[in-house]
Design a protein around this ligand. Structure first.
Ligand SMILES: NC(=O)c1ccc[n+]([C@@H]2O[C@H](COP(=O)([O-])OP(=O)(O)OC[C@H]3O[C@@H](n4cnc5c(N)ncnc54)[C@H](O)[C@@H]3O)[C@@H](O)[C@H]2O)c1
Length: 151
């Protein structure tokens, strides 16, 4: 199992950019060498629209299975931006989808640690926008503990 760091969190995750194999550099054109797809859930489409900002929806080795935001209009916006026809009312519901193997957490920063812990506890890989933790060393320690348990 590889590790991924998007922002400051390193957790037990697949490297989305290198799913299945090494990328090839040929005249600056990256070509996937695997048809394997990571089944991703994306959560959070707030002021920064971060949920759709990293191009998971355009990656050939990613299938965006479902998205979520607490606010229905944002949820719909994220579905549209990710060309995804499935959504859940919250991260807490999305993480229960057995089809999803990895979750990108783009919720508000103070909740990143809590949300990442929730994802990891559902035995899914997690990626988060920066910062992984905001405002609480206790949160940081809890997140680190959970990461150590799953790696
Ligand atoms: N605002 C900035 O300047 C800035 C800069 C760099 C990085 N970021 C990062 O971008 C990300 C998003 O920032 P933002 O400013 O768009 O935040 P935001 O607070 O505007 O949006 C967060 C969104 O997450 C949703 N959300 C929260 N809890 C949820 C849950 N349990 N289930 C489903 N949805 C939930 C909220 O409904 C909201 O729409 C954060 O990770 C932040 O750290 C923000």
């Amino acid at each position: 199992m590889g590790k991924v760091s998007l922002g400051t969190l390193t957790a037990a995750s697949l490297s989305i950019q290198a799913v299945g194999a090494q990328s090839e550099q040929n005249e600056n054109t990256w070509k996937p060498v695997s048809e394997r797809k990571v089944r991703v859930g994306i959560v959070g489409y707030g002021v920064c629209r971060f949920g759709a900002a990293f191009g998971f929806q355009d990656h050939p080795n990613v299938e965006v299975v479902a998205v979520s935001d607490l606010i229905p209009e944002r949820r719909e916006g994220l579905m549209k931006a990710c060309r995804c026809n499935k959504s859940y009312e919250s991260l807490g519901v999305l993480v229960k989808d057995p089809k999803i193997g990895a979750v990108f957490v783009a919720t508000d920063a103070p909740n990143h640690a809590r949300h990442c812990i929730e994802v990891l506890k559902h035995e899914k890989h997690v990626m988060t926008a920066v910062p992984a933790v905001l405002g609480s060393l206790e949160d940081a320690e809890q997140l680190l503990d959970v990461v150590k348990k799953v790696v």
